[in-house]
Design a protein around this ligand. Structure first.
Ligand code: FES
Length: 105
C-alpha cells in the first residue's frame, strides 16, 4: 500500500470487539477491532446520514442504532434493510503497533 496512510491510533487503545472515533482531515472515522483485524469506516450511515458510532459491533459488522441496518466492516456493504447503499471503507495497515489509515480512497 502506498500511499497517503497516516497513523490514527495505537492498536492497544482499541480492544477486541470495540471501536474508537477519530477525525482524519475532514472525515469522521470509526476504527474498529474485530476478529483480530482492524477496520476503518466513515462514521456515517448510508441510509439517513446518522452516526454509526451510536451503534454497536457484532463480529465484523456494525449495526446502525437508528433503523437497524448492519454493514460489513470490510466491504461497507449493507447486510440488512433499510440501507441499500454501502458505507465508505478505507485501507488499514498495522505498523509499529499503530493503526494506519489511507483516508484518500
Ligand atoms: S440511519 Fe442508519 S439505518 Fe437508518
Amino acid at each position: 500500500m502506498a500511499d497517503g496512510s497516516i497513523p490514527v491510533a495505537d492498536c492497544a487503545a482499541i480492544p477486541e470487539g470495540r471501536f474508537i472515533k477519530v477525525k482524519v482531515e475532514s472525515l469522521d472515522l470509526i476504527i474498529a477491532h474485530a476478529g483480530g483485524r482492524y477496520y476503518a469506516i466513515e462514521d456515517l450511515c448510508s441510509h439517513e446520514d446518522y452516526p454509526l458510532s451510536f451503534g454497536c459491533l457484532h463480529g465484523a459488522t456494525i449495526k446502525c442504532s437508528l433503523h437497524g441496518s448492519a454493514f460489513d466492516l470490510a466491504s461497507g456493504q449493507p447486510l440488512s434493510p433499510p440501507a441499500e447503499q454501502p458505507i465508505r471503507v478505507f485501507p488499514v495497515q498495522i505498523r509499529d503497533e499503530k493503526v494506519w489509515v489511507d483516508p484518500i480512497v
